[in-house]
Write a protein that binds this ligand. Sequence first.
Ligand SMILES: *[C@@H]1O[C@H](CO)[C@@H](O)[C@H](O)[C@H]1NC(C)=O
Ligand SMILES: *[C@@H]1O[C@H](CO)[C@@H](O)[C@H](O)[C@H]1NC(C)=O
Ligand SMILES: *[C@@H]1O[C@H](CO)[C@@H](O)[C@H](O)[C@H]1NC(C)=O
Ligand SMILES: *[C@@H]1O[C@H](CO)[C@@H](O)[C@H](O)[C@H]1NC(C)=O
Length: 512
Amino acid sequence: MRPRFLQPGVCAVATLLGRAAGACLDGGSQDTINQLLQQGGPNTVVSLCPGATIPITDSIVFTAPGQEISTEGYPTDDTRATIIIQPGSNATVAIRGNWQDRVRVLNVQIDGNRPNAGPLGGDALLEMGGGTTGQTVSHAVVKNTRSWSCLHLIASGQDDNPCRNATITFNTVGPCGTEGVDETGRGLWADGLSIECTATTVTDNSVTGATDGGIVIFGSPGSTFLRNTITSSDTQRQFGAINMVDPNYNGNYSGVVVSDNIITGTGNGFIELGIGMGSQVWSNPHPLNNFGPTTVTNNIFRGNVGFSIVINGWEDGLSVTGNDVSHIHSPSSDFADASSCGSQQQAAFAANRQLVVYNPGAGTPLTLQPDFYELPANASNWLCLGHPLPTQQSFAPGALSVNAQTSTVVLLQNFRVQVQGDGNLVGYDTAGGEWTVKWASSRYSSNCGSDGSKCEVDFGGDGNLVLYDAQGPVWDSGTSGRGKTLVFYNAAPWVVVMGEEGQTLWTIADLS
Ligand SMILES: *[C@@H]1O[C@H](CO)[C@@H](O)[C@H](O)[C@H]1NC(C)=O
Ligand SMILES: *[C@@H]1O[C@H](CO)[C@@H](O)[C@H](O)[C@H]1NC(C)=O
Ligand SMILES: *[C@@H]1O[C@H](CO)[C@@H](O)[C@H](O)[C@H]1NC(C)=O
Ligand SMILES: *[C@@H]1O[C@H](CO)[C@@H](O)[C@H](O)[C@H]1NC(C)=O
């Protein structure tokens, strides 16, 4: 598109009333837009041309109440202008609208460009809220955040001037983050919408491929969350669809309504927790209950969702009715694995329980639809599912080396093999959250080092399976030069070294 030149502060700027007079902005950078906002003052509208791309290396910042960034003509298709973070920059925030009343982001695409610019810690891609009223983000595309969230409405920290009365509607959000951690162990996941704002309307948004929470409700008393669709990635794990687990606003969820949302896990992806409610449900339980009165009605759950609604750690009013879990994929073990869960979570998972409550942890008054399963005992942390595990795992020569500090050799369906600090290599059945020894090398060493790092199980490049300690080999499979594949199974014969033709050369039973 041919760039149109523009007089900063004149052509692209129009007040709400005089919008038709302005030409649109067809290029530039954050500096172009920031100059327009600074010079234009309150109610400045920066109107981007349809199809325009604005590469940015730093944030665009609203500087006065009532300012707006939008695409001319307010299209809702892919002609919406794109604001995109450039590789090589350290920006995580594309637009910052904190502490400005009634600012608006309308009908634009905001791309954090994570696949090219890389993940980076920092504030959310669209960072709004603070002590304000009347902010709006509508008909925007918000995707590929580099940081922890695609869109964040932050609280103000001021009781007499809370974040309030924001409108987040008809946005297309995601993907946001990826599952797993980076090489330093930092989580790569991200939220879709992170809402910490009172009396706010979050409706008709579509959030696809968020990997932390699809919509995270941080307290936010008086806010409504209606008709949103939350869909997992086709391949990745998503922690939660709608989270009501955090203690912001001292756990105040009074007046919050979560209704008519559609939550779907698809493909080989899945959502661990559809709607988690209460202080005991997430992986970071905290002692004080969240509180209502709160309403969760007529939400629909479909496909790969591990647990649709779990309630524990609530008080002062909860009504959960009319939610439909009839389209959940069953059995849950087709799409997820509960090996890392506690025993009650494993039991509920094995029985495909979708609506789960710990009644003493749900408070009064309590109205629940009849199909809830009542937990017999208190259970915290329902964020414990992983992808399905295989029943066997194979290694080529040179491909396996694990020491007793790392410990886990393989994780299989209901089974774990680990090398321990006394040199023992052990296979455990883990079904039901109870570990039962199924086999062990029963060869020990007192030379593993204080952290276990000196004892190592190794399928060498020569095809020999060896357990080493600080002084050398403790035992081996005697298959040097012949072993071509090492296989661990979750059933007998448990551990096998195979030769060229797939024939068994050695099994763990040969050690005894
Ligand atoms: C990004 O941050 C790193 C680390 O602080 C710094 O070395 C680098 O110069 C920054 N790059 C840009 C483009 O600001
Ligand atoms: C809420 O925000 C809208 C703008 O989105 C504004 O028109 C309205 O006056 C605000 N209401 C209150 C109670 O602040
Ligand atoms: C919870 O929030 C509502 C709405 O802001 C407020 O009216 C109420 O007093 C709060 N409850 C408590 C116990 O703080
Ligand atoms: C459930 O256990 C948690 C963590 O120990 C505790 O804080 C909570 O009070 C318990 N709930 C009930 C209803 O006893």
